[in-house]
Design a protein around this ligand. Structure first.
Ligand SMILES: Nc1ncnc2c1ncn2[C@@H]1O[C@H](COP(=O)(O)OP(=O)(O)OP(=O)(O)O)[C@@H](O)[C@H]1O
Ligand SMILES: [Mg+2]
Length: 195
């Protein structure tokens, strides 16, 4: 099997596993992930990017509420309207008008005033399909996060990049490619892997 095939086989297996989690397991995971993420959100953190769960991903609603209650601004990724396969970060509040994108995922309706630069974020929490103990990340396969974050390592004030996953998404070892953006940490309900 070549690397692409093995990455796709792993993707199928982890997506299947997380979609089989019960509602109760998902709720437990959300609470545990909230507890685990708090240490990455000291008072100095002003803006956090996160995601709305899709395809069995850990639900970050509790984390979003936590941010709002503690005065942290939040952003959500939006499919870039111009640059193919890139994401834009848009401010997200309780009043943000939402729409559904072509993947069926809810995202803030495009509003130029709401665009936030990556450098304005202290932390970017992102979903993943698979991870390993070295902190390597396998995404859904579109390369959206990899493209969007490809220059982030060169920035002076760059956000911390943190992957969020269920425990059942851990691989022994992932076949990683040169374009895969390295993460600073991966958080699951029971693990914190710092690279
Ligand atoms: N910085 C980049 N510039 C150009 N193409 C890229 C870049 N990063 C990734 N790609 C391309 O995107 C495709 C998918 O990449 P990959 O398999 O790593 O996706 P992924 O990490 O699973 O997805 P995502 O980043 O959306 O979570 C690959 O064909 C890869 O060549
Ligand atoms: Mg990748």
């Amino acid at each position: 099997m070549n690397t692409l095939e093995s990455r796709n086989t792993l993707r199928r297996s982890f997506r299947n596993a997380r979609n089989l989690l019960s509602r109760q397991q998902q709720q437990k995971a959300s609470q545990a992930i909230l507890d685990q993420t708090k240490q990455f959100l000291p008072p100095a953190v002003k803006r956090v990017a996160l995601y709305l769960a899709n395809d069995g991903e850990p639900d970050l609603s509790l984390l979003i509420k936590h941010c709002w209650q503690h005065g942290m601004a939040t952003s959500l990724p939006v499919l870039h309207p111009v640059t193919k396969k890139h994401l834009l970060m848009l401010d997200y509040t309780a009043h943000t008008k939402m729409q559904t994108n072509r993947f069926g995922i809810a995202e803030p309706a495009l509003d130029c005033q709401a665009i936030r630069l990556l450098s304005e974020h202290d932390v970017v929490f992102m979903p993943l399909v698979g991870f390993d103990k070295k902190g390597n990340r396998l995404g859904m396969g579109g390369g959206f996060y990899d493209r969007t974050l490809s220059k982030v390592a060169e920035q002076k004030n760059r956000p911390r990049l943190i992957g969020i996953a269920h425990d059942c998404q851990q691989a022994d070892s992932l076949p990683i490619q040169p374009w895969d953006v390295p993460l600073d940490a991966i958080i699951t309900p029971t693990l914190i892997i710092q690279t």
